[in-house]
Design a protein around this ligand. Structure first.
Ligand code: PGA
Length: 256
């Protein structure tokens, strides 16, 4: 894992944005996995300001709530439109987000997996992390080999997301999420985490054992993972001096 620690979320985000811009520059038809939540909002703003050409890019979002229509202000369809898609020249048919209103959810999940394969797999998967270590909506004890499927949210995640819905009762109980196995097949995973409330999950993911009790720890099994952290999210890591030194040693052209 490459651990990049910056003083602020903005500085960590700029590195992630440059990394994504480099990919789109090098591979205009890149397949990019996208994430929702508060963490990537700054990143999407930075990407919009970079005026990249999204006309050949294909995207797959990690997850969506079940049972709320895509027009609902808190659906991840709405989030992505507001935060990114309506500001860039991506083709609507190149955007993929799980359908939380599908009549046959297992079939929709299987079809999502097939669409990812048909697109040639994901070049870069953007990830946030839950306060408990979830990635996508792969809650604690998710199989590390899981594929896109229905998940039941934990009370912790519903509490964490209540801020978007007004109160916890309004947060849907079920979601569709790419599985951990699906995420691990992306060619590069880019995880962003900011703030002290993520510090424990980050420490477990990077320096703890690989365990379904911290789903992000499965990223230790992946050959190409980059973490962009602010200092608060990195605060419980034990080897920060090493991570900083390794990044400082890198020639500029290799840095994002
Ligand atoms: P957040 O959510 O970016 O809103 O903190 C991250 C997550 O739950 O994966």
């Amino acid at each position: 894992m490459e651990i990049i620690i910056q003083s602020t979320p903005q500085a960590a985000t700029e590195i992630a944005a440059r990394l994504m811009a480099k990919l789109i520059g090098k591979k205009p038809g890149a397949v990019i996995g996208l994430a929702t939540g508060s963490t990537p909002e700054l990143l999407y703003r930075s990407l919009i300001n970079l005026h990249l050409d999204w006309s050949r890019v294909t995207t797959f979002n990690l997850d969506e709530y079940i049972g709320i229509p895509r027009e609902h202000p808190q659906s991840y369809h709405s989030f992505m439109q507001q935060q990114l898609f309506r500001h860039v020249n991506i083709r609507p048919e190149s955007v993929h987000i799980p359908d939380g209103m599908a009549a046959d959810i297992p079939a929709a999940c299987q079809s999502y997996e097939s669409q990812i394969s048909a697109a040639g797999g994901i070049d870069l998967q953007l990830l946030g992390i839950g306060t408990d270590g979830h990635i996508g909506f792969n809650e604690l004890t998710s199989s590390l080999a899981s594929r896109t499927r229905i998940k039941t949210l934990t009370p912790q995640t519903r509490r964490d997301n209540a801020r978007f819905f007004g109160n916890e009762d309004q947060v849907p109980q079920h979601v569709i999420t790419m599985g951990i196995g699906t995420i691990l097949e992306a060619r590069h995973c880019l995880l962003l985490a900011f703030g002290a409330k993520k510090a424990r999950a980050i420490a477990g993911a990077v320096e703890g054992p690989v365990t379904a009790m911290n789903p992000a720890s499965a990223l230790q099994l992946h050959p190409h993972v980059t973490l962009c952290l602010d200092e608060a999210a990195a605060a419980e890591l034990r080897m920060t001096e090493y991570y900083r030194w390794v990044y400082d040693q890198k020639p500029d052209w290799q840095k994002a």
